[in-house]
Each structure stands twice: as structure tokens, then as C-alpha cells.
Design a protein around this ligand. Sequence first.
Ligand code: SAM
Length: 275
Amino acid sequence: MGSLFDGIAAFFRAVLPGRVILWLRGDHSSVRGRWIQKPLEDLNLCLSRLRGVSYLEWYARRLDDFTTVESPERREKFRKYMEDGREQFNVIKALGVQPHHAFHEFGMGMGRVAGFLVTYLTSGSFSGNDASGGRIRKGLDYLKQEKGIETDKLLAIVNKDNSFDWLKGRKADYIWCFAIFMHMPERDIEDVMKNVRKIMHDKTVFFFTYSEKNPNRLVDRMGSHDWWHSTNYFRNLADRYGFDMELHTETLRKNMAYNEATRLAAFTLKPAAAR
Ligand SMILES: C[S@@+](CC[C@H](N)C(=O)[O-])C[C@H]1O[C@@H](n2cnc3c(N)ncnc32)[C@H](O)[C@@H]1O
């Protein structure tokens, strides 16, 4: 099927002028992504929702499936992806995380940041959660076997809801949520904003990224599992759920390969009187 689509795409690239291709692509990363993959995934999500599967379960299953595909190219890409965790680690240190802090990563994925943090947090602790058990397993196996990292020292949880109850009352000094909200529907983001305080104390800082392509629109849905949000969207959430919000995009820009649309923000709980 893939090679048939490759052939069709090559044909159209050869016969159509570049500006028509750009027009067909619109704000998406490829023409094929917009007109073939997106509708197929939308349909798949719609059918799953009709069968009673939650968005998060659907999304996690989709990611679990990717972890089972193996090829030399994919292995090399995976190794590079894991190494790229160092950049996030540099941002995290620049934001003030020190070895004695308790750190929680919401959406830890393959643990590419956990691998660096678990050795850095000498008297602190690392915990993380992810909806995809397959991604956590694959990443932690790699860290243990290829890098000799003591992954038993970290707490990794597979979650299928945004309740934060799975942390059983454990509190964090810092919460890190990198490249997650752009894959979450609004209802799920609201659940996070409602529940994240269960793992926060008065001084906890909750850092998260989002993609802002159009500051004049609160939310744009780009595909079944891709969204853009504006800064105002998060400011509204901060007001509604009792947080102060600060932007830290400059720290991101200085410490890692930076995508123009990415923003880094922090929520802290408003003083008790304002809550
Ligand atoms: C783009 S990856 C980023 C992973 C990690 N933060 C990193 O930078 O390596 C997005 C991850 O978020 C996870 N995810 C998305 N929504 C989630 C949710 N509501 N709860 C837990 N994990 C979630 C996905 O399973 C996936 O592993």
C-alpha cells in the first residue's frame, strides 16, 4: 500500500507546479498527510470512539503499535532520538532543577529525559507516566541494556486517564510535560489542569510546552491527534484553575534546537487565598 502511495505522490510531484503542491499541502507537513493519512486516521478514531474507546486509549494503542516495527534505519533513528534527550535535560537544569528535587514527567515517552535525570537526581527522585506502555518498556530496556542506567531507581507508570491518582499522593517539586498538549484534546487538557494540583505543593513549578502557530485563534485541530494552541488559551486555563502563568520560551531557545512555534510555559499555584 505504502509503495502505491509513493508512486502516486511521485507522479503528482512530477506533473504539478510547486505552488499547486504547496497550496494542496496547506499548513500540513505533506500533501499525502493532509489528504490521505489524516482522513484515514480521523475515520479510525471515529470508529474507535463509537466502540467506546477513549481518545487516550486510542492514541496509546497507536503508539504501542509503532514500537513493534523494527528495521536498521528505525533502530538508528531511535538511538538518535534517545540521545536528543540531553537537550531537554539542559533546559531542565537551566530552569533550576537540582539534584535534591523530586521531579515528575507527564508523558515520559521512551524515557529519553529520564535516562539523564535519574543519574542527576542523586538525593531527589524521578517519576514519570505515559499512556503507552510499549514506549516506556522499549525506552527503559534500551537505557538499561545499552547505557547501563539503573532504571530500577525510577518510578514509571502506565496511565489510561488524566486523574493523577496513579501517583498515590506523591508530590513533585517540578513537573515536566514536553510535547504532550499538542497531542491532547481540550477535554483531556482540562482534566490535567483540574487534577495536576494533586501532585503539587505551594512551590511546585509545572512546566509544559505547546505549539503556537496562530496567536489569534485559541485552538486549531490539525489532525486526529495534533493541535495548536495559543498562549491565550493557556492563560484562560490558568485563570480558571487557579494558576499563575509565566513564559520561559527563551530558556528553551537558548538550550535546544528550537522550533519557531514551540512555547514553554510554567504554572504555579496561586497563593492559598486566591485559590
Ligand atoms: C511526542 S511524545 C513526547 C515524549 C517525551 N515527553 C519526550 O519528549 O521524549 C508524546 C508522548 O505523550 C504521551 N501522552 C500523550 N497524552 C498523554 C496522556 N494524557 N497521558 C500520558 N501520556 C500521554 C504519548 O504516549 C507519547 O509517549
